[in-house]
Design a protein around this ligand. Sequence first.
Ligand code: PMP
Length: 292
Amino acid sequence: FDQLDGHIWMNGEFVKWADAKIHVLTHGLHYASAVFEGERAYGGEIFKLTEHTERLHESARLLGFTIPYSVAEIDDACRDLLRMQGFSDAYVRPIAWRGSEMMGVSAQNNRINCAIAIWQWPSYFDPEQRLKGIRLDMAEYRRPDPRTAPSKSKAAGLYMICTLSKHAAESKGYADALMLDWRGQVAEATGANVFFVKDGKIHTPKPDCFLDGITRRTVIDLARARGIEVIERAIMPEELEGFEQAFLTGTAAEVTPVAEIGQYRFVVGDIARTLMEDYMAEVQPKRAVAAE
Ligand code: PMP
């Protein structure tokens, strides 16, 4: 990734991709004092940009720091960089972290840095597998109790268990892993939220210890707009047996049908397929039609 081309926005300036470097004694690297976002641009516009930037600010607040650029400044930087990179469809990655001025658990006076990178990331899961439904393993690690970590923050440190779980799944030939939470309830995949379908109704876990994804909320609205009932509740892993369809949602994953989770099997059904299409229509820029 450090070989890609173009520019990166870093602390208010556009720097050449190869020159966007930080020191090895960066606090964010040693102690995971970093928060980030994942966004997608479609047709030259970043979908729900301000919602993502507000979440970035909130994630930082939960980690006890303030990003020295306003939501509007970061939004503008994302838009300017997208134009500079020359992409119409792309992935946008803002990140904020504590710098290298002090070394140790305490880093009260370290500079808060902020950067944005934009690159092309057409499909999070293999496109062919996606249409057939991807295969998920059951993860070994569980989402932590909100009293153990600020679970509402999109904090780099919380992704340590996600990478471990995803690597373990991939080494067994799975695309991803389903994580339970500390209570043993179904939580989410390593970078996406999870939904199930039974008797024409959608069931999804309550996001009380993991990210309430922006895609998750969008898809719930799209389902309700079609008159499909969406039930947010605690789901136990044994219940997977009774569900007919399953799918993941996330900025990178978009809506991805799931065919298999551990011992359980699902069909790529009408509701998953309809919501996949509705989501792809929803993310397209809504340009006002000029009056004749
Ligand atoms: N859970 C995790 C762990 C994630 O990394 C993501 C992706 N940001 C999501 C859920 C989905 O969030 P969103 O729809 O806002 O991208």
